[in-house]
Design a binder for this molecule. Structure first.
Ligand SMILES: Cc1cc2nc3c(=O)[nH]c(=O)nc-3n(C[C@H](O)[C@H](O)[C@H](O)COP(=O)(O)OP(=O)(O)OC[C@H]3O[C@@H](n4cnc5c(N)ncnc54)[C@H](O)[C@@H]3O)c2cc1C
Length: 437
């Protein structure tokens, strides 16, 4: 009986999982393996993502059991554990998903270097189109501007989603218990954190496609409406497949097209990071000037006490839910990087700590886009929080939800509390005066 190892990383699903499918095709028996990687846990795994991950692993185990298998869990250095499991089960191949961070590439190389009687196979499943499938005609190794990228992305042929395997046969081998969230991270999670996992993610996906996506083009920036999919953490951990998502969306509709365009942004950032892994922490594009460090202002920004209610609402939602809508991310990030002129890395690190969808490619490259060091073709744009508030929260409903001390201010008056005789002890005066659009 031949054996293959399917090493799960952040593709925690059985539907449309090229890694699992390839392993089942390569061998009679499959070891669905997850290694609690001592290089990442607990120091590099913040509490929100730890909780989501633990729940996602439990749901993955349930899905695998429904197919006749189960998840094999090991703790330790990932390459050592793969070697151990492969030796114990006499596996002849190891399958894993392609990824773009420096760490994941190092992991893949180390697996290849230390393969011992088994072959290593990488499969694309985390994005809908890889850099190899979409290359610029200029000869560069990646697209640095989204619009031409999206044109090519839209024309690119995509594989059809793969069904979940009909059944699984797992060879006898020991497994640690499924990890508990508290073992994966130190610190408390956000009180209103969403729950992770393939079953939950697929239910959310169905609900989204059954209705709300129809209004996405009109409402996605409406902060009070909460009218985006909230699929981002499921996409980050691979509980939902982006390829299946694109396949199931009707992109001939206005809402469908606007939605797949956002998924293309996700692929776009992944291809930038794949080509420039240093862009995770270094400026993608050289900047002309930098601001001075201002720890007090950064602390006020993190705490949601800048004196700009629209900024503070976003920052408080981040702590409470571990999530923010895209528009709020743009407003809060622009406030830190452009209005306060603080280094984008400080903001990106804070977001990475709290965001349940915290993702190196999406977070760092969106931060760089906002800061003007990334791929924005208008790097000097500044978002004025007041104009953004008037446009995207015209009745103040979003701000009222997150800033209870101002909830008594009616309508849009909530956006300018300094005009309403609010005492500084109740809510702070604005840190600075803002310009921009
Ligand atoms: C400063 C900043 C930091 C961000 N950090 C992250 C992050 O760490 N992880 C993350 O997944 N997204 C990040 N985003 C992108 C985007 O804001 C979130 O993906 C989105 O708000 C998640 O909510 P949703 O699933 O309801 O999105 P929807 O509006 O429903 O969009 C669907 C999906 O498209 C993708 N998407 C949407 N907008 C973008 C975008 N601008 N860039 C890349 N992909 C996008 C996401 O996978 C999202 O789940 C960031 C944006 C900014 C401005």
């Amino acid at each position: 009986m031949s054996v293959a190892v399917a090493l799960f990383t952040r593709d925690l699903r059985v539907h449309d999982n090229p890694v699992l499918t390839a392993a089942t095709r390569a061998a009679d028996r499959v070891v669905p393996l997850f290694v609690v990687d001592e290089a990442l846990v607990p120091d590099r795994c913040p509490p929100n993502r730890a909780h989501f991950l633990a729940a996602a692993l439990a749901e993955l185990d349930e899905q695998l059991r429904a197919l006749g298998g189960r998840l094999i869990v090991r703790h330790g250095a990932v390459v050592d554990e793969v070697r151990r499991v492969a030796a114990e089960t006499s596996a002849t191949s190891v399958h894993l998903a392609e990824d773009v961070s420096r760490y994941s590439r190092h992991r893949e190389h180390a697996l290849r270097d230390r393969a011992d009687g088994w072959s290593v196979h990488c499969h694309s499943g985390s994005v809908t189109a890889t850099s190899a499938e979409i290359t610029p005609s200029t000869g560069r190794d990646h697209f640095s501007v989204f619009t031409p990228y999206f044109r090519r992305w839209s024309e690119t042929h995509r594989r059809r989603p793969l069904p979940a395997p009909g059944s699984l046969s797992v060879p006898r081998t020991a497994s640690d218990p499924l990890p508990e969230a508290r073992e994966l991270a130190t610190g408390e999670p956000s009180p209103r954190l969403s729950v992770g996992g393939e079953t939950t993610g697929r239910a959310l996906l169905r609900e989204w496609l059954d209705g709300p996506i129809g209004d996405y083009a009109r409402d996605n920036d409406d902060l009070a409406a909460d009218a985006t999919s909230r699929l981002s953490p499921h996409l980050h951990f691979g509980c939902v497949s982006p390829t299946e998502l694109v396949h199931r969306v009707d992109s001939t509709t206005e809402g469908g097209l606007a939605f797949v365009r956002q998924l293309a942004w996700r692929d776009f950032h992944h291809q930038v990071l794949a080509a420039r892994p240093d862009a995770a922490w270094s400026d993608y594009r050289r900047r002309t000037s930098t601001g001075a460090d201002d720890e007090k202002s950064v602390a006020a920004w993190k705490d949601g006490r800048t004196g700009y209610p629209i900024v503070d609402a976003g920052m408080r939602q981040l702590r409470a839910e571990g999530w923010m809508p895209g528009r709020a991310r743009l407003i809060t990030a622009s406030f830190l990087a452009k209005s306060l002129r603080q280094d984008w890395r400080v903001g990106a690190a804070h977001f990475l700590h709290w965001l349940v969808d915290g993702d190196l490619a999406n977070n760092q490259l969106n931060w760089q886009w906002v800061a003007g060091t990334g791929t924005d073709t208008r790097p000097n744009r500044v978002l004025n929080p007041l104009r953004q508030a008037d446009r995207y929260d015209p009745d103040g409903v979003y701000v009222r939800r997150w800033i209870p001390e101002l909830a008594h201010l009616p309508g849009a008056r909530i956006h300018r509390p300094w005009r309403e005789g609010i005492v500084a002890g109740d809510y702070p005066a604005p840190l600075i005066e803002c310009v921009g659009s």
